[in-house]
Write a protein that binds this ligand. Structure first.
Ligand SMILES: [Zn+2]
Length: 275
């Protein structure tokens, strides 16, 4: 190329190489090739009880979160998401009313938790689920322990194994947020099809991911067999043996590492119920 030609080319606008944009589904926000919306119940399920998911801010950013499936599978008034580290009335106007209602139950394993199946079935409950990694969920709970003091804690147990094959659960009897909500609603209404219909998008999501090269994860309990955690998510607590402190320390450290640095430290806490 002679210099003259090179100079003339220098004045041409730089052409940016553009990657074709992936189409994203408006509803589930997933690429359309792996959209799970067609697996949602249609029409959306109008259950007797209402679910309130208190979600850690980082969980919202996880592309493989199951909470949107619960929200999209239930009628619009049957599933509400509270995103934030603080349950403030400014942000969530109904929060105090929900926390003070005798019909509110909290899915949380504690020594006084009862099994969902033992609850009176004719009551429309407000079901609170805490959504995040085990570490995040525990820190949300601990920071609001006083608010939850008078709320009935319940656990859900099932002989089902978690369908969430692509995200390692701490033990065989731990479920994703979607599965926990779906199982609870299903048991409270004695309608197994509620669970089946609500978790169909999860089956699809796991299959998409496996088709795209994800590997199935056994639970950590399966991997290590003698793994013990003081907190086993929403599944039934197995025994009351003391945790092996070293494994617990390693678990906490690895969960901490997975956590991102705080992004919402400046979140308004002025009307936080814990204040
Ligand atoms: Zn979709």
């Amino acid at each position: 190329m002679d210099d003259e030609m090179f100079d003339s080319l220098k004045h041409l606008p730089e052409v940016q190489e553009q990657k074709p944009k992936r189409k994203v589904c408006d509803r589930c926000k997933r690429p359309t090739s792996v959209c799970w919306c067609s697996f949602l119940p249609d029409p959306r399920l109008e259950t007797k009880s209402t679910v309130y998911v208190w979600q850690h801010p980082y969980e919202q950013k996880r592309p493989l979160s199951t909470t949107p499936m619960l929200k999209e599978g239930l009628g619009p008034s049957k599933c509400h998401i509270w995103i934030g580290r603080h349950l403030s009335e400014g942000k969530f106007p109904k929060v105090r009313e929900i926390l003070e209602s005798p019909n509110t139950i909290l899915l949380w394993p504690s020594p006084d938790s009862i099994d969902v199946s033992e609850l009176d079935k004719d009551v429309p409950y407000n079901i609170i689920l805490i959504d995040g990694t085990w570490f995040q969920a525990r820190s949300l709970y601990k920071s609001h322990e006083d608010c939850f003091r008078n709320i009935r804690k319940v656990q859900v147990s099932s002989d089902k194994l978690s369908k969430y094959l692509i995200r390692t659960q701490p033990s065989d009897n731990c479920f994703s947020t979607l599965e926990t909500g779906a199982l609870t609603l299903s048991i409270l209404q004695n309608e197994p099809k509620i669970y089946e219909e609500l978790t169909r998008p999860l089956d699809a999501l796991c299959q998409f991911q496996i088709d795209h090269g994800a590997t199935k994860h056994d639970s950590k309990q399966s991997q290590e067999n003698l793994y013990e955690l003081p907190y086993e998510g929403y599944g039934r607590r197995k025994g009351s043996g003391k945790p092996k402190w070293l494994r617990l320390l390693k678990e906490t450290a690895s969960l901490k590492l997975k956590d991102q640095p705080d992004a919402d430290e400046n979140e308004d806490k002025s009307d936080d119920l814990t204040n």
